[in-house]
Design a protein. Structure first.
Ligand SMILES: *Cc1c(COP(=O)(O)O)cnc(C)c1O
Length: 367
């Protein structure tokens, strides 16, 4: 019942024609683990099914998948349209493509199809979005933006890490490639690093497989096995984490030390209507602002006991981060404001502890 871990780097053949043919494509016999591995393939098939895609390629990290996709799709002179509010590593990759490889990038807000239409150029090649953006949980208007990009022939790439396929399947809204940091909700236990790219179209999968094996971003079979194990409980985890987020945000709204709460499941969130349309629930990540600003934010995270101060999300333990002093430390006051992040904003990635226990920890820290 458990997928075996094929801890082998290579495979022996008796027929030289069979090995010669197998090395040219991802759907022949296994030849070498960087080209394909049965445990890794089991993960790829499972995630492709979950996302409604044709096939997938698993990688050693989420950033590995993002870089391999972008470098595999674009060449110098091409133009990329990307959402402004992106995971920090993805934003850095796009900036580097611009500075070092002559690929132009136009950043857009993620909700205005006309802004994407206005950004289009004859050289536009990729539209890059995130379903739910970090840390203020804005939801991208996938259906509207994908339609504009599709009619202009762009490849639509969506990082679906924050939503997981439990809440959203971007291929249904026009995405061509869906990326996950499997380190987060798919693995789900903060014990494995990995990434994956799911392809709506089998031809694109074949073309990018050739790039991925050159880049060498291969997933390790044991990491793939841990991630498969995580998948079995993903739907239960994400549903509970969304329910706990609803419980916690509904209490935080009324707390005197809290000035604002951001979670796509809340009716006054700017993305609420869009979230109702494309997300099955609000998800396990929310943020809140403290009236006391930066010092209050730092004080609250240092008083928490059950919730741990750590990067990452999607695991079984509740993790908190003060973005202004960590993930978004490079942003000055004006840039923070532009990104919608407060000096006192705290991001919470809800785990699977009893919601009442998480609430008692948050409320003792908020005094
Ligand atoms: C964590 C994360 C990544 C990067 O994934 P790694 O596995 O850390 O390389 C990319 N995108 C999003 C939205 C993430 O949360």
């Amino acid at each position: 019942m458990s997928v075996p871990i094929f801890e082998t780097s290579t495979y022996a053949f008796t027929d030289p024609d069979v090995i010669a043919d197998a090395m040219t494509r991802p759907d022949g016999e296994y030849t070498y683990t960087r080209y394909g591995n049965p445990t890794v393939r089991a993960l790829e098939t499972a995630v492709a099914d979950l996302e409604g895609g044709a096939a997938a390629l698993a990688t050693s990290s989420g950033m590995g998948a993002i870089n391999a996709i972008l470098l595999g799709l674009v060449q110098s002179g091409d133009h990329v349209i990307a959402q402004r509010c992106l995971y920090g590593g993805s934003f850095a990759t796009l900036t580097r493509l611009q500075e070092r490889f002559g690929i132009e990038v136009t950043f857009v807000g993620g909700t205005d199809a006309d802004e994407v239409r206005a950004a289009l150029r004859p050289t536009s090649r990729v539209l890059y979005l995130e379903t739910i953006a970090n840390p203020m949980t804005q939801v991208a208007d996938l259906p509207a933006l994908a339609e504009v990009a599709r009619s202009a022939g762009l490849v639509i790439v969506v990082d679906n890490t924050f939503a997981s396929p439990v809440l959203c399947r971007p291929i249904e809204y026009g995405a061509d490639i869906v990326i996950h940091s499997t380190t987060k909700y798919l693995g789900g236990h903060s014990d494995v690093t990995g990434g994956i790219a799911v392809f709506a179209d089998i031809e694109r999968y074949h073309a990018l497989w050739k790039r991925f094996i050159e880049f060498g971003v291969t997933a390790d079979p044991f990491a793939a096995w841990l991630t498969i194990r995580g998948l079995a409980t993903m739907a239960l985890r994400v549903r509970q984490q969304s329910e706990s987020a609803r419980f916690l945000t509904s209490r935080l709204i009324d707390h005197p030390a809290v000035s604002a709460v951001y979670w796509p499941g809340l009716p006054d969130h700017p993305s609420f209507t869009l979230a109702e349309q494309i997300l099955a629930d609000g998800g396990g990540v929310f943020a809140f602002d403290l009236a006391g600003g930066r010092e209050a934010g730092r004080a609250v995270v240092s008083r928490l006991r059950l919730a741990r101060l750590a990067a990452s999300l999607g695991g079984v333990q509740t993790l908190v981060l003060h973005p202004a002093s960590t993930s978004h430390r490079q942003l000055d006051a004006a840039a923070l404001k532009e990104a919608g992040i407060g000096e006192g904003t705290i991001r919470v990635a809800v785990g699977l502890e009893h919601p009442a226990d998480i609430w008692s920890d948050l409320s003792q820290a908020l005094v």
